[in-house]
Ligand binder design. Structure first.
Ligand code: TA6
Length: 293
């Protein structure tokens, strides 16, 4: 790959993990090659839009806590192999940097992950090629593009497990999901629905099905709104761990639950992606932030 443009620096981050620091004309970001993990993003002169745990472990056998972990090729615990990592192997893998270039006021990074003996042995014995494109600017656009290199059909789940920073989740509303059926992972298996905006009064772990393309997080206390616009995604996962789950999670500080909410652009559960040999699929999410009136 050619030399990095002036807006991008390769650094050694915590735990010696390689990371790319982007200081572009319109946006700033930090992206680790470990998991192709976008750990930080903000438009220039704006506060961080992604939330990152101060207790995140930066080790090769754990996922960075916060930012945008890539969940692939399964979501949550593996159904038949409790020994395998939750949310798949992609967020624990070392992705290779394919390209780093400036495009107008933005910076575009592209990473690649392909199958290895280890991935083929991890209950997902498929040949695949995955590229992950990160466009950093006044908006953040993420695209996970997967191609089936095998001679048989494959299926997978995926999620861009996006941690958004909010001033206070107890004063946060999420709109765009009204009337959409969702499975409450803390409740029964049957989908339910609500015609109201989502507010948070306890641990929240929901998989919305057949969702529309736009979800808006109104951070009322922080006087800003983050819009998540997605393509190629049938599901949206909404998560806040609240008090007990936070206390039980080593890389979360006791009060961290108040400052974040996950809006995850996904294809999970009944919406897994099926690819014929040679076929591809792209999952895309664009984040934009605006002041609340
Ligand atoms: O996206 C929600 C969820 O599946 C929750 O159930 C919780 O497990 C969260 O992901 C975090 O998972 P992790 O493996 O990153 O701790």
């Amino acid at each position: 790959m050619s030399a990095l443009p002036p807006s991008i620096r390769l650094e050694s981050g915590p735990g010696g993990l390689a990371r790319l620091r982007v200081e572009g004309v319109a946006g700033e970001a930090v992206v680790y090659t470990h998991g192709a993990h976008v750990a930080q993003w903000n438009p220039v002169d704006a506060d961080p839009v992604l939330w990152l745990s101060r207790r995140s472990r930066f080790t090769r056998d754990t996922a960075i806590r916060g930012g945008v972990p890539i969940c692939f090729p399964w979501f949550g615990p593996h159904p038949g192999r409790p020994d395998l990592p939750s949310h798949g192997f992609a967020r624990l893998a070392e992705w290779s940097l394919l390209e780093a270039r400036e495009v107008d006021d933005d910076v575009v990074l592209a990473f690649r992950l392909t199958d290895t003996e280890a991935t083929r042995a991890s209950a997902w014995p498929h040949r695949f090629d995955a590229t992950y494109t990160v466009r950093v600017g006044a908006e953040l656009t993420l695209e996970l593009h997967v191609t089936n290199l095998d001679d048989h059909e494959l299926s997978y789940e995926e999620a861009l497990h996006t941690y958004l920073a909010v001033a206070d989740v107890r004063a946060t509303r999420v709109t765009g999901l009204e009337g959409t059926p969702y499975v409450d992972k803390l409740g029964g298996p049957d989908p339910v629905r609500s015609d109201e905006a989502v507010t948070f009064t306890g641990e929240t772990d929901r998989v919305y099905l057949d969702t529309g393309p736009i979800t808006i997080v109104e951070d009322v206390a922080g006087r800003r709104a983050v819009t998540v616009t997605k393509h190629g995604s049938g599901s949206t996962v909404l998560w806040n761990p609240w008090i007990e789950k936070t206390a039980a999670t080593a890389d979360l500080g006791d009060d961290d639950w108040t400052g974040m909410v996950c809006v995850e652009t996904a294809n999970v559960g009944g919406a897994e992606v099926r690819l014929a040999p040679g076929a591809s699929h792209a999952l895309t999410a664009t984040l934009a932030v605006a002041r609340l009136a």
